[in-house]
Design a protein around this ligand. Structure first.
Ligand SMILES: CC(=O)SCCNC(=O)CCNC(=O)[C@H](O)C(C)(C)COP(=O)(O)OP(=O)(O)OC[C@H]1O[C@@H](n2cnc3c(N)ncnc32)[C@H](O)[C@@H]1OP(=O)(O)O
Ligand SMILES: O=C([O-])CC(=O)C(=O)O
Length: 456
């Protein structure tokens, strides 16, 4: 890189930043003045209604007399409570992810033969197009698996004979291929990341047709292909819990926004991957573990509430952790008293921790969950019913399963690809939908053009 490149000059970049700051301040009082729905949220905190969906339903409060009244959270896939769905396939001793994918995509539970055929189809589609790994993953590695995944999804466009065909048949074909291939891309992107960025040996395993999605993933990312039945069942449950979350979550909405423009499947899904990567969305599962790394180093006595509260205060004040001021894993746009997914994952985390001798770490997570609302209130002065979200305990569960941190958010994507595909199809094959085009209030004063020789 050239040293004299202007872009490398701190002074020049500093002067551009000053120029930007001089002209780009927007008075925060304008949001109220012009009734702007910040974050597409109404004044009472409920989301702006942007569409209709039959896919997922997220319930976290009831509105009474114009106020949000907190309640225990419920997550419903195609009318079926996720807890009932899980109880059903667990008690019938089946893997549940393929069945969930079928339900979310088509709108009904599959019968035995439909499930068998669908599972076989997904397993058959796992192999990537010829030379894809060599040309698209190995040749342009990335230190971040989500970044590589987004780029690989976009690259699949070139390998698709009908990338722009928006017919239902074609969208379903593309969806099934993506659901099957995303885990293979993630496994290969991770192997390549380890090789090029962590100086490890490169191993690439071929996807297995006789395995469930959860088993195949564990087989694919482990050097020796080894996994236990319990691990595969737990990962399967995690995939089911992450598969869908309504049309308004940031990544599904991103997918729907792009789909509403009429663009292709790969552009829409790559946008959703980019959204999920964000630390306030799916990227929070990795951030939670980094934050706990910091809490574990800072707090000497993990049983001392006062010491933990002081540490959380430092985090909210942006003086500890990544400086964002966020306690990752806490808070949700819809859930208030509880996120049902976090409740389930916490149960598994507790029993796994007891088996693995990690109960002390689990207890620290639970204490942070308990103390966060109190600390939030004392620092921000806001009473807010705040609960742990799905990202609070998922990383801990993965850690106890020896799944590396690089794969936490990609695992979210491997599951959520199902929801994204279902929302894309619903967005396109629904006669009521229009291109999404909200408004922005322009607040810059108008001014005349100044000729060059009169500018200061
Ligand atoms: C899969 C998922 O996406 S689950 C969410 C994963 N994300 C996280 O865990 C990150 C931490 N949590 C958050 O950032 C938020 O709670 C979100 C993004 C999940 C929800 O955001 P919102 O719906 O905007 O929350 P809400 O409207 O209640 O926030 C109000 C205020 O509380 C703050 N706040 C909310 N959650 C937190 C938190 N965990 N830590 C610190 N401050 C928080 C917001 O920054 C905002 O502050 P401001 O008014 O000074 O800007
Ligand atoms: O619904 C949201 O805003 C975020 C979330 O929990 C998810 O997408 O799983």
């Amino acid at each position: 890189m050239q040293d004299d490149l202007l872009l490398n000059s701190d002074a020049f970049i500093g002067s551009l930043c000053d120029e930007f700051c001089k002209h780009n301040y927007i008075d925060p009082t304008y949001y109220d003045k012009f009734d702007v729905k910040r974050g597409l949220r109404n004044a009472d905190g409920t989301g702006v209604m942007a569409g209709l969906t039959q896919i997922g339903n997220v319930q976290g409060y009831v509105v009474q007399d114009g106020e949000r009244v907190p309640r225990e959270g419920r997550l419903i896939y195609r009318g079926i409570n996720v807890e009932d769905l899980i109880d059903g396939f667990v008690s019938e001793k089946r893997f549940g992810f393929e069945e969930t994918a079928y339900l979310l995509l088509f709108g009904a539970l599959p019968n035995r033969s439909q499930l068998e055929q669908f599972t076989r189809l997904i397993a058959q589609c796992r192999t990537l197009p010829a030379s894809f790994t060599e040309d698209m993953i190995i040749k342009a590695p990335s230190p971040d698996v989500m970044n590589k995944l987004a780029r690989s999804v976009l690259a699949l466009y070139s390998y698709d004979p009908r990338p722009e065909d928006g017919s239902l048949e074609n969208l379903l074909r593309q969806s099934l291929e993506l659901i099957a291939r995303v885990p293979t891309i993630v496994a290969h992107a991770y192997a390549v990341k380890r090789h090029y960025y962590d100086n490890q040996s490169l191993y690439l395993h071929r996807p297995q047709e006789d395995m469930s999605s959860a088993e195949n993933f564990l087989y694919s990312v482990r050097r020796d292909n080894a996994f236990t039945e319990d691990e595969a069942r737990l990962l399967d449950l995690c995939l089911v819990l992450h598969a869908e979350h309504g049309g308004g979550n940031n990544s599904a909405f991103a997918c729907r926004v792009l789909s509403s423009s009429g663009t292709d499947t790969y552009s829409s899904i790559a946008a959703a991957v980019g959204s999920l990567k964000g630390p306030r969305h799916g990227g929070a599962n990795k951030k939670v573990m980094e934050m706990f790394g910091c809490i574990e180093e800072t707090v000497r006595d993990w049983k001392d509430d006062d010491e933990i509260k002081a540490c959380l205060e430092e985090i909210i004040n942006g003086r500890l952790g990544d400086g964002s001021g966020l306690i990752y894993g806490m808070g949700h746009a819809i859930y208030t008293l509880s996120d049902p997914r976090a409740v389930i994952l916490k149960r598994f985390a507790r029993s796994l921790a007891a088996k693995k001798g990690m109960s002390e770490e689990f207890d620290l997570f639970e204490t942070v969950e308990r103390l966060s609302p109190e600390v939030f209130l004392s620092v921000k002065g806001e009473t807010k019913t705040m609960c742990a979200n799905i990202d609070m305990y998922s990383g801990l569960v993965y850690k106890m399963m020896n799944i590396p941190m690089d794969l936490y958010t990609p695992l979210f994507a491997i599951a959520r690809i199902v929801g994204w595909c279902a929302h894309r199809i619903e967005e396109i094959h629904n006669p009521g939908n229009r291109i999404m085009r909200p408004a922005y209030k322009a607040v810059a004063p108008t001014r005349p053009f100044v000729p060059m020789d009169r500018r200061i």
